[in-house]
Write a protein that binds this ligand. Sequence first.
Ligand code: ATP
Length: 360
Amino acid sequence: MSTNNALHVAVLGGDGIGPEVMAPALEVLRKIEATSDLKFRFTEAPAGANHYLATGKSMPDATVRLCDEADAILLGACGLPSVRYPDNTEIMPQVELRFHFDLYAGVRPARLIPGVPSPIVGADRRGIDLVVIRESTEGLFASMGKGVVTDTEARETLLITRKTSERLFEFSFRLAERRKARGRSGGGLTCVDKANVFKAFAFFREMFDEAAKRHPDVKTERLYVDACSALLVKRPWDFDVMVMENMFGDILSDMTAGLIGGMGMAPSADIGDRHAVFQPCHGTAPDIMGQGKANPTAMILSAAMMLDWLADKHGLEGATEACERIERAVDKVYADGIKPMEFGGRNGTADIAKAVLAAL
Ligand code: ATP
């Protein structure tokens, strides 16, 4: 923690709707500061496609240094489809940060907030409250920038290591235990893989089984990713914490975001042993940028996740309370009938931000 016990937060707004949803999240944190014992110091820094256009780099070294020194990192969204590296891939400093700081646990909660429409029949009655943990530094993404393409074939290599998997499973079991202790769930954990076809996933599952023996209180389940996808749309209320390889998590976490109303509702965190980045699941949404239509809920809930992580890391009870206050404020706003443009309503960024601040 930095001077005066203030929590130092690196703020990377990014591109597209990134800065648009970041502004309300910072307002919410400032309101928390004004009404609690918590103190923050925010330092904004550039990263993303616009920075690349201006300088030829996805982010300056100073941004990486700031992220290293800060207590936590808040990120809006980065990248624009029209701005690309010479190999045609997009500018993705958020992915670079995952590798640089070894942020192996991508935490993607999907909780259906009462009042928000879900495409799943019965979800309003049964509720959805699950967490996808996406391994974020290996799997198929370990091949990023290293794939080989010839005239006749293309190859990308998937990587699963013992070192990362063991830490990932330990993190996942611990999260399942914490959720159970808070009365948030039954304390279950599902390993999602394709162990029936690939040796790499059999290895992944074997390490999961070893970790399960160390956590006998957590109810475990093993599912193949294809079967799991079908179950997620049939009975999402039966899932609690789910852990999986990077690419599977990339896909399934967008799907679970869809189950709870859309990308603008889904917060996320990329967590390592020392650092963590908190950002919404969504991207820069170029189709709606600059129009005041973006739903800032995912970014605000990501800021709440940051407080929960800081609470756990530094033993700050006030931060747990602040996280819960933000979640309750968001719940109240939706219970009171706010309807983001994202799902056909009339409320844009400013309305939602104002309502959450008022509810706080
Ligand atoms: P990435 O590859 O970075 O995840 P993407 O282009 O696949 O990005 P998004 O930028 O998340 O996906 O956009 C997908 C769709 O969801 C778009 O139609 C976008 O407008 C919508 N969307 C994303 N985030 C929000 C938000 N916060 N509020 C409203 N709509 C959103």
